[in-house]
Design a protein around this ligand. Structure first.
Ligand code: SF4
Length: 345
């Protein structure tokens, strides 16, 4: 059933003011809320939400930076931004078909921190950490401790890339790759660009959305300097996530020639209606970002309550096609383990 929600396209006039947004992104990252009690208190949620939040937190810890918290409507447990970060007791309920490694990534890890699933591109786990813990994350059970290479182990990964001339693109992922320091990222990118057959550097990240100050001079320096073509794929699910600071961060990236794309996950109670998805595409384009993918949920254990059935997803996209120009239409896809690419629905 597709619902339309006329009131959802604007963010609230009442916002939670951050206690203090520190100057550096590192400080903001270190001060992110990690206590479910604190999250409920800051947002004025009824005490009845606390036991569930604590139960969900025990399965996958809560993490919400202040800059993101400021965009959440206080006192509203159904706020679409809050739903993405608030742990719930439902995360502990088993659901048929929802598993710990829904994309079977463990079968495609030839070296620590390296996932090689698709022809022509590889994925590097550049950081095990994220700035925000999204409750629907398909890597919420990922064994990061086994995939956090030391510099010596990175050599193994770089050797793999050097030895396979069919690899044209290196994708930095995580966790969130931009949670790593600029020094570490600059070191890695310098080694990647020394591999002659590599053409592109793609970065999948949510950090410019949840802590826009991450796009600072130090990051822009190494990103502007590389010979590789640069693509950044943001991860934004709702138009209310794009505030002025996010737009400004996108502008800084555009100024150094980074191509900006966005991927979203279709999430029950967050963006499962035509108006929200249309507003998201419009807002992305205003920020200079092209909609790329709309993923159906990967069936990860703990996230079944976000699931939208395929038929409903197709119906939503048909409705979206009626109101958006073609270039603002994200492609509706599912990732199926073992397939050579994402599968269009
Ligand atoms: S930022 Fe990305 S990797 Fe990190 S928890 Fe959210 S969805 Fe998962």
């Amino acid at each position: 059933m597709i619902t339309r929600s006329p009131a959802l396209l604007q963010r609230p006039d009442r916002e939670v003011r951050p206690l203090a947004i520190a100057a550096s992104w590192q400080t903001q990252l270190s001060r992110a809320i990690r206590d479910p009690r604190e999250l409920c208190r800051r947002l004025g949620l009824d005490d009845a939400w606390l036991p569930g939040a604590e139960a969900g937190h025990r399965l996958f810890e809560v993490r919400v930076p202040e800059a993101y918290l400021a965009r959440i409507r206080p006192g509203d447990p159904n706020d679409p931004l809050l739903r993405q970060v608030l742990p719930l007791a439902a995360e502990g309920s088993p659901a048929s078909g929802f598993v710990e490694d829904p994309l079977a990534e463990a079968d495609h890890t030839p070296a620590p921190g390296l996932i090689h699933k698709y022809q022509g591109r590889v994925l590097l786990i550049a950081s095990p950490a994220c700035a925000v813990n999204c409750r629907y994350c398909f890597r919420r059970h990922f064994p990061y401790e086994e995939n956090s290479p030391s510099r010596a182990q990175w050599q193994q990964t770089l050797d793999h890339l050097r030895g396979d001339a069919s690899i044209l693109e290196a994708i930095l992922s995580g966790g969130d790759p931009l949670a790593a320091s600029d020094r570490r990222l600059a070191w890695l990118v310098a080694r990647l660009e020394a591999i002659p057959h590599l053409k592109r550097l793609r970065i999948h990240t949510r950090l410019p959305v949840v802590i826009p100050d991450r796009i600072d001079g130090a990051l822009l320096d190494w990103l502007a300097a590389t010979r590789l073509q640069r693509v950044m794929v943001l991860h934004i699910n709702h138009p209310g996530e794009i505030d002025d600071a996010v737009v400004a961060a996108c502008e800084r990236l555009k100024q150094i020639g980074v191509t900006l794309l966005n991927q979203s996950v279709l999430l029950r109670g967050v963006n499962d209606d035509v108006d929200t998805l249309a507003a998201l595409s419009e807002r992305l384009f205003e920020a200079g970002v092209l909609p790329y993918y709309l993923h159906v949920l990967d069936p990860v254990a703990g996230a079944a309550h976000f699931d939208v059935p395929d038929d409903e997803a197709r119906e939503l996209v048909a409705g979206l096609r009626e109101v958006l120009p073609g270039f603002l239409m994200p492609r509706l896809v599912r990732e199926i383990p073992g397939e050579a690419s994402k599968t269009p629905l």
